[in-house]
Design a protein around this ligand. Sequence first.
Ligand code: PLP
Length: 441
Amino acid sequence: MNTRKTLRINEQGHLEIGGADAVSLAKSFGTPLYVMDEQYIRDMCSVYRDAIEKEYGGNGLVLYASKAFSCLAVYKIADSENIGVDAVSAGELYTAFRAGFPAEKIYLHGNNKLPYELELALDHGVGAIVVDAYSELDMIDEMCARRGMVQKVLLRVNPGVEAHTHRFIQTAKTDSKFGFSVSDKTAEKITEYALTKKHIRLAGYHCHIGSQIFEKQSFLLAVDKMMAFIADIKAKHGFEAEILNLGGGYGIWYTDEDAKYTCADYAEYLKAIVRELKAKSAEYGVRSPFLVVEPGRSIVGEAGVTLYTVGAIKEIPGIKKYVAVDGGMFDNPRYALYQAKYTAILANRAAEAPTEVVSVAGKCCESGDLVCADVSLPKAERGDILAVLSTGAYNYSMASNYNRNFIPPVVLVRDGKAEYIVKPQTYEDLVRNDVIPERLK
Ligand SMILES: *Cc1c(COP(=O)(O)O)cnc(C)c1O
């Protein structure tokens, strides 16, 4: 089990999340239920923030990648922890603004930002826009000309490093809908183009090499490639980047196939990155850039647990046992999307040793609707509370109303007490935007 402070087994043999008994939470709030531990989120924000302070004299900014988990309360937490956020849509921007998040600490991403998304960003004065297309430069330049303003932008670059979990590869040319490659000179060409725009101030570059990465070496290689690129651009075009945004991607524990990182391990990632950054800036003769990092998953992932109630159980002799729960791909589509792996436990019998391997099925009308496959559990029975761990990132934010199921509410736990940060949906919510045309009435 996750060894961090978030989770423990209490005297009743129940799972506890941030000091709150999971069985009591299920009773008070119902299931399915997302539970988030506030202290865990705060601890992770401060790990990154303090590492930049300590290792780099504060010459940088941590942005929480809010696509991992976006709701009003999480922007409040990020703000009170004195970090920035990145947003990838007008909806995320709007949510941040509604929470009173300072616009100058927001970076806007996206490979196909829509005109109304750019307008919203410019109206509120976001800190930076990370540009990913020529036509986007044109749009921003025109919009800023109309407003009589100049917008700070970064360009999204592919350094030719791709990392996935425990492996990374160096690629000559990146086949991705994101970014411009260093190797084929398209990153250089868009730099030249950006520098011609009157209402754009090019401040530097962004790269994001992947997600769920444990291989420190891949980040260091990205630093090297980006700094070499910055030096090359400086030599050829006289433009020296002020900002280097290295994206996110730091891995978290889902199952025992993953490393179990402590706060100190995450601080170590940043320490190594800063060391490499300083070495390369000296080696290539360019200034040490303002460092931006964008962790998403690692800030909220392990802070979250989803609680379900066990319902139908089906054993297919000699093949498999399915334990069905009251949730499914509508609250967690990650198995259906990419066979994501999770650890599950029975929250009401958390101290019991596992005796069988089962698949946890959802209640949607899709055979592929599993929450997780092949998890070890004690013999589950109808009414047990099943907890799936490390669901704080890319679960609620990817949830849908498929089959007109309710998106579960989210409670935030602090000092053992839980309160809603996302309320339960109602039947009315499901039909809120439905319209019956006159002729069908
Ligand atoms: C998704 C994403 C992140 C966050 O990645 P994590 O793996 O959640 O840390 C950061 N930056 C960009 C541009 C992203 O697309």
